[in-house]
Ligand binder design. Structure first.
Ligand SMILES: Cc1ncc(C[n+]2csc(CCOP(=O)(O)OP(=O)(O)O)c2C)c(N)n1
Length: 804
């Protein structure tokens, strides 16, 4: 393969493009200055801006084409403007937290300012044609968390270029020509996620361009404390591919942040190589500045020396760009002054329009509330109500919560009056509540077609010919059929490819479907998830395996911050239908037996979480999820792979619905609610209870998120009046979650004759060995005792305590 690596020839920039770029840079700087003023004057809550980093962004935008993807961070406003992905008015709308998707298409006011995103979905949640637009997955604030999904965004191009079965999916890719760009600050390169991403991209050889904006600081902390040798490109040099040879690695460029022609040339080179050869690059942009300091929260004079501040004003990239333009004879100083005057007015006009669009409806609502209070004041509590109204109308920039607080205060003042006096205020608040719910609470999950909850149930079918197989063979049949019918399904993880996963559910499938459909990855859980997120955002159906549940913790931050929140934080603008597969609960020792389910389910609202008790249920869940467009985590039970189950004749089609518990043993005396590996323990205990005349109803909840949608457990309580929630999480963990769902949300308390109980694992981790397991987690005897003691309380004569 020939290489088009780093050229040394300087390009002559096109003068029209230069002028356009200068104007965008200058306008963007005005956005930063005006934006900061808006925060300082109290009209917005917090501001973070891209001042000082304009030039690399302009030049990156010059090579960013339709179909490409950017995953970056809060400094990228100039790029977003230059790539035509964001208007000034939209930028200010987000700064003001305008909770309307038409005003702030990135997040409808849900994300803080400078968190950029384009929209990939139509209003009904279906995909747009991503090759016809430039794309920006939604930003995340935790530094370096934008990086892991770069792996999948870039790797998808390789799959679309190589796999014949993907050639027809032309709304996602045209021959894999798309490049994925990412941006990160110098200090955030100290994060592990950065290094894991660079390594994964290098291993996968995919078209990624990583830009490091280096201004020498991370808030107040200098590179001395952030980066070994204080130089990120020097540190990265081991990743560099030798020049003139065809081999793995990155092209690494270093370029000064104020050198416009060099930046232009660098990005053109990097993009050309990435697009043609699928080789990645790292562009270290040094000598950048941060003229406004980090954010509106502080001032950089507190931590930068006088010399540094002087250097920053001298080497400001817009100032240098201006001097260069004059030097090149492209424009005169006077011509630039005229342009700048126009551009200041243009930005100020956009700001004004954004503010009015945001505040006018609130002012209108305030007028309505004040008028209602005035009207009531004509007949009672005149002085007190006038004071409430005056206080409300004197707020310079009212919020909707000020209206609710004023209404509540007025209602309290009127509490001694007949209800009819207060009704108009109550009606006003009630009629506005749905709009506020819609503003802040909608779109946590998909609704309509892509929703996993709308996948129709297809029951498993068995015949006399249905063979009895090991659990792993059931899954193997399920995955084989899924890979055959869904060309976008791509499975990967540690030992998934050649070995077919450590429990053999993918045995033989790499040979059958090829190493790109079923593949091995390095030991890199966070970027396995990031790879999946990026691939899912490009229309693929990733099935990402995390080898054990205990290692899901490595992915949990991204699962929580990025994947689970994506649909909500873009108000339905983006989705990532990732299926994460893992296994856990019972093997041996601390890190192969954990069940930290509460830790997980409380952090990933926005995902579905399933805990199938056997592999047939798991297969049904996979079939359901593959028909949906939502992210999910499936936790398989480790000790069920070697237990025999009957293979449904319709293994490729049957589905298990989400949120529907299953009664796995009927009983009338008490209900035991559980899931996963504990099902077998509880069934064992129920057998013993049966021997002493106690009939326990055993319910497997099957999915923790969503939880028992039809309220089947409450129906069981109506029959039994008693309930125990059993699992192997810590005390107060998922057992307490289940209790809240049933007792509080389902109203189960009103059917109880005994106090409800939870029975969980110990607060420490599971100890090694079978005895360690027995004394760390609920065992058959403990479940028996808990149920028996409940019955003893009811009838001590019939159920005497005989064991202590
Ligand atoms: C995981 C995490 N830790 C800390 C922060 C707080 N924080 C926000 S920005 C920042 C400095 C980032 O510096 P750098 O990466 O150089 O980018 P810059 O802001 O200078 O462009 C810090 C510490 C955060 N957002 N996320």
């Amino acid at each position: 393969m020939t290489q088009t690596k780093k050229t040394t020839t300087r390009l002559s920039p096109n003068p029209e493009e230069v002028i356009q770029d200068y104007r965008t840079a200058y306008q963007s700087r005005q956005v930063s200055l005006i934006g900061r003023r808006e925060v300082m004057s109290g009209k917005a809550k917090f501001g973070i801006f891209g001042a000082g980093k304009e030039l690399p962004q302009l030049t990156m935008a010059r090579v960013f084409q339709a179909g490409d993807f950017r995953t970056g961070y809060y400094r990228d406003q100039t790029f977003m403007f230059a790539a035509d992905l964001l208007s000034f008015q939209e930028f200010f709308a987000q700064l003001y937290a305008h909770a309307d998707v038409l005003a702030d298409p990135a997040s409808a006011g849900r994300q803080m300012n400078a968190h950029f995103a384009t929209r990939s979905l139509n209003a009904d949640g279906s995909w747009m044609d991503l090759t016809k637009q430039r794309n920006s997955p939604a930003d995340v604030s935790p530094t370096a968390s934008q990086m892991p999904k770069l792996v999948g965004l870039a790797y998808s191009s390789k799959l679309y270029r190589t796999l014949e079965e993907l050639k027809t999916f032309t709304q996602f890719s045209i021959n894999g020509d798309e490049v994925a760009f990412s941006t990160i600050g110098n200090a955030s390169c100290a994060e592990g996620l950065f290094w894991e991403t660079v390594n994964a991209v290098g291993v996968l050889r995919c078209p990624a361009i990583i830009t490091v904006y280096d201004d020498g600081y991370g808030i107040s902390v200098t590179n001395e404390h952030q980066i070994a040798k204080e130089n990120i490109s020097e540190l990265l040099s081991g990743f560099e591919r030798p020049s003139g040879e065809c081999c793995d690695g990155f092209d690494i460029y270093t370029v000064k942040g104020w050198d416009y022609p060099k930046l232009l040339e660098t990005y053109r080179n990097a993009a050309q190589v990435a697009r043609a050869e699928h080789m990645p690059s790292i562009i270290h942009v040094s000598e950048l500045t941060q003229p406004q300091g980090h954010s509106t929260s502080g001032s950089h004079e507190r931590y930068k020396s006088k010399e540094r501040l002087e250097w920053e004003s001298q080497f400001d990239c817009i100032k240098m760009f201006r001097e260069w333009i004059i030097d090149q004879g492209i424009l005169t100083s006077e011509e630039i002054d005229t342009m700048e005057n126009e551009d200041r007015r243009l930005v100020e006009g956009a700001r004004k329009r954004a503010w009015e669009a945001y505040i006018d409806p609130i002012h209108q609502e305030r007028l309505e509330v004040s008028a209602l209070i005035d009207k009531i004041a004509q007949s009672s509590h005149e002085a007190e109500l006038a004071e409430i109204r005056d206080k409300l109308t004197s707020i310079p920039n009212p919020l909707r919560r000020d209206l609710n607080a004023a209404i509540r205060k007025a209602l309290m003042t009127l509490k001694d009056q007949p209800a009819s006096t207060r009704q108009a205020l109550i009606d006003w608040e009630t009629s506005h509540e749905p709009a506020n719910q819609e503003r802040y609470d909608s779109h946590l999950y998909l609704e309509g077609e892509g929703s996993a909850l709308n996948v129709p149930e297809v029951k498993p079918v068995y015949s006399e010919q249905s063979p009895s197989l090991y659990g792993f063979e059931i899954l193997n049949a399920c995955f084989d059929a899924a890979l055959a019918r869904e060309p976008r399904l791509v499975a990967f993880g540690e030992d998934v490819g050649q070995l077919g996963d450590v429990n053999q559910a993918f045995r033989g499938l790499q040979d059958k479907y090829g190493p790109l459909r079923v593949s091995d990855t390095g030991i890199r859980e966070a970027t396995i998830l990031g790879q999946a997120i990026g691939m899912a955002m490009r229309g693929l159906k990733p099935l990402a395996e995390i080898q054990y549940l205990d290692y899901v913790l490595y992915t949990l931050q991204l699962m929580s911050d990025d994947l689970a929140t994506l649909h909500w934080r873009t108000k339905g603008g983006q989705k990532a239908p990732v299926i994460v597969r893992t296994r856990g609960h019972r093997l041996e020792g601390i890190w192969h037996s954990g069940s930290p389910m509460a830790g997980i389910i409380h952090l990933v609202r926005g995902m579905h979480v399933m805990v199938p008790r056997n592999m047939t249920q798991a297969a049904g869940f996979y079939n359901t999820l593959l028909l949906s467009e939502e992210p999910a985590l499936v936790v398989e039970v480790l000790n069920a792979y070697r237990i025999r189950e009957r293979l449904p004749d319709n293994i490729a089609e049957f589905t298990v619905p989400l949120g529907i518990p299953e009664v796995i043993r009927q009983g009338s005396d008490l209900t035991i609610v559980t899931y996963g590996a504990c099902c077998r323990i509880v069934e064992g205990a129920a057998g013993l209870l049966g021997q002493v005349g106690i009939e326990a109803e055993v319910i497997d909840v099957q999915t923790l998120l969503p939880f028992d949608l039809p309220g089947l457990i409450r129906e069981s309580l109506k029959k039994t009046g008693r309930v125990i929630f059993v699992d192997e999480d810590v005390p107060g963990g998922t057992s307490a979650y289940m209790m809240q769902e049933v007792i509080e949300k389902q109203g189960g308390y009103s059917w109880l004759d005994s106090a409800p109980r939870t029975l969980s694992g110990k607060p420490h981790r599971p100890a090694y060995g079978s005895d360690g397991d027995y004394w760390s987690k609920p065992n058959i005897e403990q479940v028996f005792d808990a149920a028996y003691e409940m019955m003893n309380e009811l009838d001590p004569t019939r159920y005497p305590i005989f064991y202590k």
